[in-house]
Design a protein around this ligand. Structure first.
Ligand SMILES: Cc1cc2nc3c(=O)[nH]c(=O)nc-3n(C[C@H](O)[C@H](O)[C@H](O)COP(=O)(O)OP(=O)(O)OC[C@H]3O[C@@H](n4cnc5c(N)ncnc54)[C@H](O)[C@@H]3O)c2cc1C
Length: 411
């Protein structure tokens, strides 16, 4: 009987469990999680603060899933090292757990660069876990002024979660635009406008030079006072367990398209890994929910003898801020086709007869899955009526064989 062990109890782990069980009904599955919670939908932590959901409603799978899958969750424990010779994982309490196949899905952690005076700030928070959100929630106050350092996805989701419960929010970022990893300049300006309309102030192309207890002095000389500080500067993949035993790491853990690391019988999936982005033909960390889900599935399938491949990775993001929907995918290279209107932003990027990227904001997000599929499946644009699809994404504009392969349409 195979022993499957998974380190990190989150999205990739849940997908891996499901995939393992499809192939192997008998093997034991054990998952070790540092957080005291079963896998939950991390992006929802802002909605719990907003009151649109509760922490109790956030599990990614309900308790019966783990029972049905005969998967044992060991929560609130950290894996501190891997003994690859003995094929055991060592936990923080000294327990040794054996494995035949091991999955590392340890995600990422907040990155906090050295900032002068940061130690003087008493009320400072990260925003990545349920516990982070609960700590922040305790301090929310209608009179509180909040400073968020980082105008990326996590910083702005935090703003959405707390804006109605605090007096004001200022956001500082070194980048010249907000959401720098998912938007280009024009799109970012549009979203920034929208968020400023909600009352958030932005200080871009600037950074904190120093802190006192309740004041940040920016490099530009601007002084911002605050009661609560949220640090959302960036994240770093948790690679140490694999790096410490000689596994290949290139920013993230390097895996092949079977999600295998360079070490025998050790696999990796999710935010801790580097993926091969097919739209830019380059290796990147794609720290996004759909990738963690897909990689987890491939890893679990491969660990249990399957043949699935993770060979179609792209950056793809569906996110909303204060009711404004944004869907992005792929790379922003090649020719740009701007189909924006007053109510919606829509730019498609094409290169060498392929759609390689898109940014959709507002009303244009409808049926965006068709574009995402075009990008992911690398369907030649000359094989379909792209002019029509660019204007209005409709399945009927595809050749029959593509409709079948893309969306499993019945023959
Ligand atoms: C506020 C917020 C908003 C987001 N919004 C979006 C969004 O809109 N769209 C999107 O695509 N993605 C979004 N993401 C990213 C998304 O949540 C991640 O891509 C996804 O959760 C990654 O899943 P994962 O399985 O790789 O691991 P993670 O969810 O990162 O979890 C890894 C787990 O491993 C545990 N762990 C780490 N080391 C150890 C160890 N040594 N021993 C035991 N356990 C360990 C950690 O404690 C953690 O629980 C958001 C993230 C945040 C924080």
């Amino acid at each position: 009987m195979n022993k499957y062990l998974i380190i990190g109890a989150s999205i990739a782990a849940a997908s891996a469990i499901e995939a393992i069980r499809k192939n192997d009904k008998e093997g034991s599955i054990t998952v070790i999680g540092k957080e005291p919670y079963a896998p939950y939908c991390r992006p929802l932590i802002s909605y719990a603060l907003l009151g649109k959901t509760t922490f109790e409603k956030m599990p990614y799978r309900d308790a019966s899933f783990y029972k049905k899958m005969k998967a044992k969750l060991i929560l609130g424990k950290e894996a501190t090292s891997i003994d690859k010779a003995k094929k055991q994982v060592i936990l923080d309490d000294g327990t040794r757990l054996p494995y035949d196949k091991l999955l590392v899905s340890t995600g990422s952690r907040p990155f906090v660069p050295p900032m002068e005076g940061l130690d003087k700030v008493e009320k400072k928070f990260s925003f990545m876990t349920i516990d982070d959100a609960k700590s922040l929630e305790k301090e929310l106050d209608p009179e509180a002024k909040v400073l968020v350092v980082g105008a990326g996805l996590i910083g702005l989701k935090c703003c959405e979660g707390i804006l109605a419960k605090v007096k004001s929010i200022d956001v500082v970022d070194l980048a010249p635009r907000i959401l720098p990893s998912i938007l280009d300049d024009k799109a970012a300006a549009r979203v920034q406008d929208y968020l400023e309309g909600k009352g958030i102030r932005f200080f871009l192309k600037d950074s904190v030079a120093s802190f006192t207890k309740k004041t940040a002095t920016l490099k530009s000389g601007t002084k911002l006072t605050f009661d609560l500080l949220v640090l959302a500067v960036g994240v770093r993949p948790n690679t140490a367990l694999v790096a410490d035993i000689g596994g290949t790491v290139n920013r993230g853990i390097v895996t092949d398209d079977c999600c295998k690391t360079s070490i025998e019988d050790i696999y990796a999936a999710g935010d801790c890994t580097t993926s091969h982005d097919i739209t830019s033909d380059s290796d990147k960390i794609l720290a996004l929910f759909p990738n963690a889900n897909m990689q987890g599935e491939v890893a679990g399938n491969q660990m249990s003898g399957g043949t699935l491949r993770y060979d179609h990775a792209i950056a793809a993001n569906a996110i909303g801020f204060f009711g404004l929907h944004i869907i992005t995918a792929g790379s922003y290279i090649g020719d740009q086709l701007d189909l924006s209107t007053k109510d919606g932003y829509k730019v498609l990027f094409t290169k060498d007869d392929h759609l390689v990227g898109m940014i959709l904001i507002g009303d244009t997000v409808l049926r965006a899955g068709i574009y995402t599929n075009l990008i992911r499946k690398q369907i030649p644009l000359s094989s379909l009526d792209f002019e029509q699809i660019a204007q209005q994404p409709r399945l009927m504009a595809f050749a029959k064989k593509d409709r079948v392969s893309m969306l499993g349409e019945k023959r």
